[in-house]
Design a binder for this molecule. Structure first.
Ligand SMILES: NC(=O)c1ccc[n+]([C@@H]2O[C@H](COP(=O)([O-])OP(=O)(O)OC[C@H]3O[C@@H](n4cnc5c(N)ncnc54)[C@H](OP(=O)(O)O)[C@@H]3O)[C@@H](O)[C@H]2O)c1
Length: 335
């Protein structure tokens, strides 16, 4: 049995979702030959570190976190993620904090510190990857470590793995599609049920689809960040966030949606890697991109396989863990 030691940075939705799946799949992972030990969990105000190298009892931490008592754990101390990355021996650091698109922090520093301390990194945090893609990749290469980020674009959809492994022989001409569940939910509600914008937004927030700050979704920034990552990682375009022409969904009118419908079209917020653009576009009703609710749909335009569309959950703590595990298992195989 191979033991893989992990450090979790950020114990919010994704940190807890990942831990829940780790507990649920423990037996299956053992059958694959792996035991994953969580050696430390870092939050902004301190960290829990195991002191016997056997791994933290995740059931106990999940229960404490549910009752907002994370810092009452017997092994809690004021140590920061930086301290933990320097002090604790681990194979992979999971960077799962919220992203700030202007600074990339706190994730950017966490990723840099993790690589500098000799750890591989798996992250769901889009901002640092979009902001400093080339710098982070170069740093990882210099340290001979991996940084994988399947969960950053379209949550549970295995975009990077599919393109890099299964579609290896193909040249990818473009990647475009629906990368944001909140805006797709709102547009679907407005199209299918005639719901007005504000009511649809309120529903999306009540259902927990929206990011902390809904404007990030609505103004197209969230989609733009994903466009930057996919463009750099998969079609070799060295673009930054500031290169993306961004318009969101706030200007959409009920009349435009109605008119589109009358002509057999729907209006969708589309991110386009080749054009470095996020914009509302008319999509034919029979297009594979005409998907409803909070789903994401990504179109991969290739030279050999031609068009491939993948549809799935773009968010959700449990769903997104599927992508995080694919990255972790990829690294675990190579350790
Ligand atoms: N939720 C999804 O479905 C989804 C899907 C794909 C990608 N993502 C991305 O994954 C990341 C995590 O998402 P989430 O939904 O889990 O966010 P979240 O619920 O806000 O959790 C983030 C956690 O990180 C903690 N944190 C904040 N600053 C920190 C610091 N400096 N050091 C250590 N921990 C810190 C937060 O603590 P406090 O709450 O006390 O501030 C919180 O517990 C984000 O970047 C998000 O964009 C999320």
């Amino acid at each position: 049995m191979k033991t893989i030691n992990l450090i979790l940075i950020g114990f919010g939705n994704i940190g807890k979702g990942f831990s829940t799946v780790l507990l649920q799949k423990e037996k299956f992972l053992a059958e694959l030959g792996y035991k994953f030990n969580v050696r430390a969990i870092c939050e902004w105000n301190g960290s829990i570190i195991d002191n016997d190298s056997n791994g933290i009892n995740l059931n106990e931490v999940l229960e404490l976190a549910k009752n907002k008592k994370f810092n009452e754990h017997k092994n809690f101390s004021k140590k920061t993620a930086k301290d933990v990355l320097e002090e604790v021996d681990a194979d992979i650091a999971l960077e799962l904090t919220p992203g700030n698109i202007r600074t990339g922090e706190p994730g950017l520093s966490n990723i840099i510190n993790a690589l500098n301390s000799g750890k591989h990194v798996v992250t769901s945090n889009k901002s640092p990857i979009a902001l400093k893609f080339n710098e982070i990749m170069e740093l990882a290469k210099r340290h001979n470590k991996k940084i994988l980020y399947e969960a950053t674009v379209a949550g549970a959809i295995p975009l990077f793995n599919l393109c890099r492994e299964t579609l290896q022989i193909n040249t990818i001409n473009n990647i475009y599609g629906i990368f944001n569940g909140t805006t797709n939910y709102i547009l679907t509600k407005m199209t299918d049920e005639g719901t007005d914008f504000n009511t649809a937004l309120k529903e999306a927030q009540e259902l927990g689809y929206a990011e902390r700050d809904a404007s990030y979704d609505l103004n197209g920034y969230d989609t733009a960040v994903k466009v930057v990552i996919a463009a750099n990682a998969l079609i070799g375009r060295k673009i930054n966030f500031s290169d993306v022409k961004i318009s969101g969904i706030t200007g959409i009118t009920e009349e435009a949606i109605k008119l589109a419908k009358e002509h057999n079209y729907v209006i969708k917020l589309i991110g386009d890697c080749n054009k470095s653009e996020v914009s509302l576009r008319l999509i034919r009703k029979d297009s594979p991109l005409n998907i409803g609710g909070s789903l994401n749909a990504v179109m991969i335009d290739t030279d050999i396989a031609k068009d491939i569309t993948i549809i799935g959950r773009g968010a959700g703590a449990i769903e997104t863990s599927s992508s995080i595990f694919s990255d972790i298992l990829k690294i675990a195989k190579e350790i």
